[in-house]
Ligand binder design. Structure first.
Ligand code: 0RA
Length: 639
């Protein structure tokens, strides 16, 4: 019998579906880089979270196995194993092989997933070399295995369930290395998303274990307090203005709304909005509704209690949001995701629903908690006064001229090319390294902007102070986009902005200062993928007429032992960029053929937000703790 004739019409349809996913993986998981790879795990975890939201599952466990596979286990009802009538195959096989089949089995109250998620576990199966599923259900333990998406034999009933044994699902998959550029899962990427999911789904226990190395890390998240604890966590290193996190929830037209708020003494506000557990980084109707109601409720309260007397006028939204940390989470039965990265909530009715909930619940909360209310209002009044003082002092005109000045900074050595897509800006630490970089560069497409010493810590100052800083003004004019609300990505003068800092602690600090500024005031530049960090080598080793660069101490040892047989001709240590001559700089760090650039990405806005406030804020102890916990990443900090 030929291969084809063994397949029924239904099965051929199945194979065509999986093939479509394998041909255009990015259409289903966003990309085939590390981001897309991690989406596979999130897709399976989302299914387990759905079980939890339906009330059937309270523990989820993700294990990174030492054969590069990953296992996701839950104690839900188990994927159904009985025969699916339409396909005449076990339901689990249909769910694993038919696109979007999962949802049809169950009328779920909320499907948590959306955007790039929500494509169904069949997509994970299609993009895996192998996938194995073990189900405890209907009194038995069942196993089924798939090879590049196709069922390998029939589902097997392995044994009976023991008395008292819990039902559940365990899925293990090996991502297909022919499809994904990288197949190694990153522990800290998964940790931060799983922590976020635990905050967003109170009571669900989510564990992560790394079994790829001996004594690997592990962590368990469970937050009974939900997004209240999320806000407390984000504010851990900030000076808070009231002890209790403001929290309320509401339900309307089948939409569940939750809000948590806490004011801080800082200037950096951060509002994180989620829809069905998706971090809606591009905002949307829930965020608009929240902001509108917040401004109105705080103004009403302030006016009624005579708190605006020494302020000429009302509070603006930006005054109220200064230093305010908030998490807004909605769960919608049919979320519509829009925007470039499908992370903007589009459902128009949500705006009014959130506005209504915040209006009612926040007003009540403030009446019942006058101390908290006064703390929030007086911070906003202080911000409004500062805003007005700045305006009076014509700071705003200065700011405008600083940003709109057409003349480029004198220190900028620009490139000849005028096409931004081909142009690169090196932001170089120190004048002497700047000088070498100017001599070493290819002036056709490489521009150099030296930055002297440590730039201002933008985490601690208001915008008017930040803009008084020369180094920052130079950076803004050189990049050309403007900042904040006036930011215009199409005005970017370079599509590669390369931070060029020493490979030591000071260099890391300056890089973090620059990144903090870019993250807080030019976020879309990072989102567009225009920001990079150059990674200058620590050592250059010569042996047998060849040179080898080592980025770390361990790499130097490896090269000396393995490449030079323990007997290198020369080992040169680069102390700083300033010590490299122009030719070495070009060779090791600027030549597109040889250099190593790291693109800066924001995988997780809330994690980045917290990281910058920990690294740049006032509190010393949490910072020490953070650095200790992240010692393995000390040489490189990811946002
Ligand atoms: C379809 C229907 C039901 C549950 C599931 C799928 C399910 C899928 C996954 C994926 C990972 N863990 C999961 N747990 C459950 C409902 C089954 C019923 O009605 O009993």
């Amino acid at each position: 019998m030929s291969q084809e004739s063994e397949y029924s019409a239904g099965q051929i349809q199945v194979l065509e579906g999986l093939e479509a996913v394998q041909k255009r993986p990015a259409m289903y998981v966003g990309s085939t880089d590390a981001r897309g790879l991690h989406h596979l795990v999130y897709e399976v975890v989302d299914n387990s979270i759905d079980e939890a939201l339906a009330g059937y599952c309270d523990a989820i466990e993700v294990t990174l196995n030492d054969d590069d596979s990953v296992t996701i286990r839950d104690d839900g009802r188990g994927i159904p194993v009985d025969t699916h009538e339409e396909y005449d195959r076990p339901a689990v096989e249909v769910i694993m092989t038919v696109l979007h089949a999962g949802g049809k089995f169950d009328s779920k109250s909320y499907q948590v997933s959306g955007g790039l998620h929500g494509v169904g576990v069949s997509v994970v199966n299609a993009l895996s070399k192998w996938l194995e599923v073990e189900i405890k259900r209907d009194g038995g333990v069942w196993r089924h295995r798939f090879d590049h998406g196709e069922p390998e034999g029939d589902i097997e009933r392995v044994r009976d369930m023991e008395p008292g044994e819990e039902t559940g699902t365990e899925i293990t998959f090996w991502p297909n290395g022919g499809i994904f550029e990288a197949t190694a899962f990153d522990y800290s990427t998964l940790r931060s998303r799983l922590r976020e999911l635990a905050f967003l789904n109170p009571g669900v226990e989510i564990a992560l274990r790394d079994e790829r190395i001996e004594n690997g890390e592990s962590v368990v998240f469970e937050y009974q307090g939900g997004i209240r604890e999320f806000v407390a966590y984000l504010n851990e290193t900030r000076e808070t203005l009231h002890d209790e996190v403001v929290y309320f929830e509401g339900d309307d037209e089948g939409v569940h709304v939750e809000v948590a708020i806490q004011a801080t003494a800082g200037v950096q506000g951060s509002i994180h909005a989620f829809a069905n557990n998706i971090n809606t980084r591009e905002g949307g109707t829930h965020l608009t509704g929240f902001k509108t109601a917040l401004t109105r409720v705080i103004n009403d309260y302030a006016a009624e209690n005579g708190l605006l007397s020494d302020l000429d006028g009302t509070l603006k939204g930006e005054d109220i949001r200064e230093g305010l940390t908030a998490v807004v989470s909605v769960k919608h039965p049919d979320p519509q995701f829009e925007g470039q990265t499908k992370t903007k909530l589009g459902n128009s009715e949500v705006r009014g629903i959130v506005e209504g909930a915040v209006h009612e619940e926040l007003a009540t909360y403030l009446e019942e908690n006058p101390d908290t209310a006064k703390a929030i209002v007086s911070k906003a009044v202080e911000a409004a006064k500062a805003r007005k003082a700045a305006k009076k002092a014509e700071e705003l005109t200065r700011r405008k001229s600083a940003l709109e000045s057409t003349s480029l900074p004198g220190k900028l050595a620009d490139c000849r090319k005028r096409n931004p897509a081909d142009s690169e800006l090196f932001v170089v630490e120190g004048d002497s390294a700047g000088g070498s970089a100017k001599q070493g560069r290819n002036p056709d497409f490489q521009a150099i902007l030296p930055i002297r010493g440590k730039i201002l810590n933008v985490e601690k100052h208001r915008l008017d102070r930040i803009l008084e800083n020369n180094e920052i003004r130079n950076l803004i004019t050189a990049i050309g986009t403007g900042i904040g609300e006036e930011f215009e990505i199409d005005d970017a003068r370079y599509h590669k902005i390369i931070l060029f800092c020493d490979a030591d602690v000071d260099g890391a600090h300056i890089r973090t200062l620059l990144l903090t500024f870019l993250y807080r005031h030019m976020t879309p530049l990072i989102e567009a993928g225009y920001v990079y960090a150059a990674q200058p080598p620590l050592y250059r080793i010569r042996y047998d007429g060849e040179t080898h660069d080592a980025m770390t101490e361990a790499e130097r040892e490896r090269i000396v032992e393995d490449v030079c047989n323990g007997n290198p001709t020369q080992v040169q240590r680069f102390k700083g960029l300033g010590e490299m001559n122009p030719e070495q700089l070009w060779d090791a760090t600027m030549d597109p053929e040889n250099r190593i650039l790291k693109r800066i990405t924001i995988e997780d806005a809330a994690a980045a937000d917290r990281m910058f406030s920990v690294l740049m804020g006032d509190a010393v102890e949490p910072r020490k703790q953070f650095i200790k916990e992240h010692a393995e990443q000390a040489e490189w900090i990811d946002i």
